[in-house]
Design a binder for this molecule. Structure first.
Ligand SMILES: Nc1nc2c(ncn2[C@@H]2O[C@H](COP(=O)(O)OP(=O)(O)O)[C@@H](O)[C@H]2O)c(=O)[nH]1
Ligand SMILES: [Mg+2]
Length: 305
């Protein structure tokens, strides 16, 4: 269903690769004997690469012990070791979307303003439609008329059904109707768009809980996925945002957007290490096809290729 290590992934990670691999090569040139001073410089550099201090510490601890045990003696061996360490840190056995055992699978999408929620919904819709799945969209971001309009345009373009109401309609009632429509039309997926919110906005977080409750009353086990959309441009702050949001509501998956435009993609490493929720997808552009299922090995290979 999904593509793995693609040229597009490589191209979209170019800036992050330049930051991480480019910077590491400068402090740790290939073809040298490894020494403590080089490891210290490597550590210092990694702190500037948006990976997050706790994760850098973990990486450096591994390198340090491999160096002491003489498992790595050269900078080339250190690069190879780093690659394997990153893969191990980011390893995940839960790829792909959860599915309902029967009936429509409901995906609720949340995140702060402008993180890429609506665009990411379009990407998921295209991915699922291409796989022959029938998708119903729920325009539950009723806060701005433009938000409903934006999702409608995507729905038209992608040939998906959309359920919408007027501006300021109760988002939970839109979700309710979208679930009804999905049942009536025997759809495979319902994807609910929501207005942007911060984890600190108590009333808006309660609204999200209400949407979840209404969905669960309509469709058993729903929502099957609560996807948190995070803008990779936020770097280390994206790690913090993921932490706060996952503490506030029951998030089941992360979708990291805008990796194509940022050098701060190192945040993905910290998020995988520090957040218990899996990264399911990454966004690598503004078009509907600019989505990749997240695969740690491919990600690391693309960074070190
Ligand atoms: N370059 C790039 N831009 C993106 C990506 N995802 C979303 N965007 C852009 O980010 C902006 C906000 O996206 P939108 O989906 O409206 O965010 P929302 O407010 O969370 O619904 C738009 O201009 C999108 O085109 C991505 O993966 N890469
Ligand atoms: Mg939106």
């Amino acid at each position: 269903m999904f593509k793995k290590f693609t040229e597009k992934l490589k191209a979209s990670l170019a800036k992050t690769k330049e930051k991480i691999l480019g910077g590491l090569k400068a402090v740790m040139p290939f073809g040298r004997a490894l020494d403590q001073d080089t490891i210290d410089q490597m550590e210092e550099y990694l702190y500037s690469a948006d990976i997050g201090p706790a994760t850098v510490q973990k990486i450096v601890d591994e390198v340090q012990s491999a160096y002491k045990d003489k498992r790595i003696r050269t900078t080339d061996e250190c690069f190879a070791f780093l690659k394997e360490t990153l893969k191990a840190i980011m390893a995940d056995s839960r790829p792909g979307l959860r599915r309902a055992s029967e009936g429509p699978t409901v995906i609720l999408v949340a995140g702060v303003n402008g993180s890429g929620k609506t665009t990411s919904i379009a990407k998921l819709t295209q991915l699922l439609s291409r796989d022959g799945k029938k998708v119903v969209l729920g325009a539950a971001d009723t806060f701005r008329a433009a938000a409903v309009e934006q999702l409608s345009i995507w729905a038209d373009r992608l040939g998906a059904q959309i359920v919408k109401k007027g501006q300021n309609a109760d988002p939970a009632s839109v979700a309710f109707d979208a679930c009804d429509a999905a049942r009536a039309r025997a759809a495979d997926y319902v994807i609910i768009d929501t207005a942007g919110r911060l984890h600190t906005q108590k009333n808006l977080m309660q609204e999200l809980e209400k949407i979840k409750r209404v969905i669960s009353q309509k469709i058993e086990g729903g929502p099957h996925e609560v996807l948190l959309i995070l803008d990779a441009n936020n770097g280390q702050n994206a790690i913090e945002q993921a932490r706060r949001f996952t503490e506030a509501i029951d998030v089941t998956g992360l979708f990291l957007t805008k990796l194509d435009g940022t050098a701060k993609g190192g945040a993905v490493i910290g998020i995988r290490h520090e957040i218990a929720v899996p990264v399911k997808f990454i966004g690598v552009g503004e078009k509907a096809e600019d989505i990749e299922e997240f695969d740690p090995d491919s990600f690391v290979e693309a960074l070190f290729s």
